[in-house]
Design a binder for this molecule. Structure first.
Ligand SMILES: Nc1nc2c(ncn2[C@@H]2O[C@H](COP(=O)(O)OP(=O)(O)OP(=O)(O)O)[C@@H](O)[C@H]2O)c(=O)[nH]1
Ligand SMILES: [Mg+2]
Length: 414
């Protein structure tokens, strides 16, 4: 399967079904009561996170995802059936954006997010019967479903991110630390996509996840090489591990990597330094590196030397950091879950010699109203009046005959 970490498409929820106008026609009952049922709500487009997926590949070639529309209501007060939701599975770690910013962060398994809400079904004429209006001949129309363009971005979620120049031995280390078997090559740029490995030892309280990303080169943060595309995958790791090839200018590599992390605004992250390939070094060189990198762990992914100590060190640091930032992480994900800016209120603006009215409730009412029907239109105006639209228009200077636009509908002000 191809590793795809970005996808962009339009989601369109289903339209709500229209309410029905119907009258009960029973024998011997000359004037049956209104019995038009409600339209079903439109289906929503829903994203659900799953651990069964590791890439956004299933969504790479989508243009439009639609949910089903609601069925119209019918006589005998029968409600229309609800439109079916379109549920899309995405990997854990998927971020959802629209043009305005982050909508949701599906950072755990089995989280759902409604990206486009289905339109509400309209009420049938049965709902509008009152003691003074016993035979209403109008209904509401269903509302359109939400539609928006979204961008999904996958950020591989790991506890420890391995960062290093190409050929430093990151993939070899991942293989030595965990059960993962990433491709290892004796040429640079062997790793083309991020790989995860789970490090699970009986003595650890919890397993932890290590991410191996393609090697970085100087200028990666400006787009050189492959690494920069993948740096974001370690952006949320708790701990970064700089993997240096101990046999090939580790000081230069260290400086390059830190400059790239700085440019990618990742230099504040907790870091451990790993000197790999020490099997190639004599004692003198090892001693030199101990002095130059006093904090670093010396290992060999090939002979296994130092790997166990490294595993324990990473486990300890990742666990400590996890305990520290748990509450903050939860708070921020909660914040992101239901970001739904909806403009309430009411606003009137002059527009081309006429007036335009804005406001969620008002626009919904206008879409639902059956303006073709005289009775429906009358009720529409009554409710608009009750909502304060008529007063607001008068205040803004509207006079009878002026053109008024609400949503897509145009009227003459009366
Ligand atoms: N002698 C020795 N060779 C090693 C060691 N670790 C890795 N290598 C070799 O170094 C080469 C590169 O290893 P990889 O693990 O593919 O390196 P990488 O950092 O993942 O490279 P990219 O994916 O290209 O960024 C391979 O030939 C490995 O066998 C080590 O500890 N000692
Ligand atoms: Mg590799």
């Amino acid at each position: 399967m191809q590793f795809v970490d970005e996808a962009r498409f339009v989601v369109r929820a289903g339209r709500g079904g229209d309410g029905s106008v119907s009258f009960n026609r029973e024998k011997y009952k000359p004037r049956g009561g209104p019995d038009g049922g409600r339209g079903g709500d439109g289906g929503s487009v829903v994203l659900r996170s799953t651990e069964d997926l590791v890439t956004l590949e299933p969504h790479a070639h989508r243009n439009l995802v639609k949910a089903e529309r609601g069925a119209h209501g019918s006589g005998n007060k029968r409600a229309g059936e609800r439109g079916e939701d379109a549920v899309m599975e995405v990997p854990v770690g998927t971020l959802v954006f629209n043009g305005e910013g982050l909508l949701a962060d599906l950072s755990g398994p089995d989280e759902s997010f409604v990206v486009a809400r289905g339109g509400e079904g309209g009420r049938g004429n049965a709902s509008f019967a009152t003691s003074t209006r016993q035979a209403p001949a109008f209904r509401e129309k269903g509302l359109p479903g939400e539609e928006r363009e979204i961008r999904l971005e996958l950020r591989v979620l790991s506890d420890v991110g391995l960062v290093g120049l190409p050929n430093a031995g990151k993939s070899s280390l991942l293989a030595a630390l965990s059960a993962a078997r990433p491709k290892v090559g004796d040429y640079p740029f062997t790793t083309l996509v991020p790989r995860l490995g789970v490090v699970d030892e009986k003595r650890y309280r919890e397993p932890f996840v290590v991410a191996d990303i393609p090697g970085l080169i100087s200028g990666a943060s400006e787009g050189r090489g492959l690494g920069n595309r993948f740096l974001r995958h370690v952006a949320r790791a708790r701990l970064l591990a700089l993997v240096l090839d101990g046999s090939e200018d580790p000081e230069g590599a260290d400086a390059t990597l830190r400059a790239e992390l700085y440019a990618a605004r990742l230099s504040e992250k907790p870091i451990v330094v790993i000197l790999n390939k020490v099997d190639l070094l004599d004692e003198e060189l090892r001693q030199y590196l101990r002095e130059t990198f006093p904090e670093a762990t010396q290992v060999s992914a090939v002979t296994g030397e130092g790997v166990e100590e490294l595993r324990d060190l990473l486990e300890e640091r990742a666990r400590e950091l996890g305990e520290k930032d748990q509450p903050a992480a939860e708070a921020s994900s909660r914040e992101h879950r239901v970001f739904r800016p909806a403009w309430k209120g009411l606003r009137v603006e002059s527009e081309n010699g006429g007036y335009a009215v804005f406001g969620e409730d008002v626009e919904r009412l206008v879409m639902k109203t059956d303006w073709e029907s005289q009775e429906g239109a009358e009720r529409g105006w009554r409710v608009l009046e009750r909502m304060g639209v008529v007063t607001a228009l008068r205040k803004a200077g509207a006079e009878p005959g002026d053109e008024v636009k609400i949503g897509d509908v145009e009227f003459d002000f009366r």
